[in-house]
Design a protein around this ligand. Structure first.
Ligand code: ZN
Length: 297
């Protein structure tokens, strides 16, 4: 039976890509009974049904999934942060990194507007960028109106499924226009083809860009830690996760515990203090969270 990937979903129809063609499918009622909702990004098996819509019969296991926007099997999130206007915020970047890591998605950091930053701002950003590189993240630096942007991003997008995300104040269109003019062009063409305003088409779509797939809607619109327990938080600070094995106490939360390897690194100047302080602040948000009750009660 044919298999393919759902590339877009509109009004109960799923468009499954197979060999360069989009097949219009409906989903089987039995999924809804079992609480399975096919998502854009899902790999599915479907059965053709003559002149009628094909029917999705199996949703294959997902590697990961986001809730807002609803999309699955994402390889990476391109985190777009400007160096200036608005000023670079390591706090917000750390928040994004934790949330992205918690969904099992690889973050790639893209710092924009390099040409607008003064020497002092550049130095501050360079210091932060050096640390993020040291702990294993890819950091891309771009200029405003960079003509070679597509070339710079191509190697990162090729063969991957990417969701864009960015600091608040960087709206969807700004994000698309500045980072991926090609994507903005494609989404523009689609809005025009549908003959509707931008805001009436609430759907998610994976578009083929630079040899990869890019979601046409920014991801990670919610930056809360509701799904993260206090013991898990340091897993998503990749630098702390590595150190945890050297803490004296198993399950060390790197707060008040003695002989904590994380605190020693901070004291030694190996880990930026602001990053540790971000950890403590996020931890406080988790500790302050109201207890959750089971929705089924
Ligand atoms: Zn510790």
């Amino acid at each position: 039976m044919p298999e393919g990937q759902i590339r877009k979903a509109i009004s109960g129809f799923y468009y499954v890509e197979q060999d360069g063609q989009l097949i219009q499918c409906k989903s089987r009622g039995v999924f809804r009974n079992r609480g399975i909702h096919p998502l854009v990004g899902d790999f599915v098996t479907y059965v053709p049904d003559g002149d009628n819509d094909a029917l999705i019969t199996v949703v294959h296991e997902r590697r990961n999934e986001l809730v807002r926007p609803p999309i699955s099997n994402i390889d990476q999130a391109l985190l777009v942060f400007s160096m200036v206007e608005p000023a670079f915020s390591p706090h917000l970047l750390d928040r994004f990194l934790v949330v992205v890591e918690s969904f099992g998605v690889k973050p790639v950091i893209c710092l924009t507007k390099k040409d607008l930053a003064c020497a002092e701002e550049l130095e501050k950003v360079a210091e932060a960028a050096a640390y993020y590189k040291k702990i294993g993240y890819d950091v891309i630096e771009t200029f405003i109106d960079d003509e070679s942007l597509s070339d710079i991003l191509q190697p990162y997008l090729k063969g991957k499924t990417t969701v864009l995300a960015g600091q608040s104040g960087v709206g969807k269109s700004t994000l698309l226009n500045t980072v991926l003019p090609m994507l903005a062009l494609k989404t523009g063409e689609i809005s025009e083809a549908l003959g509707r305003g931008k805001h009436t088409t609430r759907h998610v779509e994976l578009l083929e860009i630079a040899g990869g797939l890019v979601a046409d809607t920014p991801g990670f619109s919610s930056l809360d830690f509701d799904h993260i327990d206090k013991e898990q938080l340091s897993y998503y600070f990749v630098d702390m996760d590595e150190l945890s094995a050297m803490c004296k106490f198993r399950g060390c939360l790197h707060m008040k515990e003695p002989k904590c390897a994380v605190k020693e690194q901070v004291e030694a100047g190996e880990m930026p203090r602001h990053r540790y302080e971000n950890y403590l602040q996020f931890m406080q948000e988790i500790l302050d969270r109201k207890p959750r009750y089971d929705k089924h009660d």
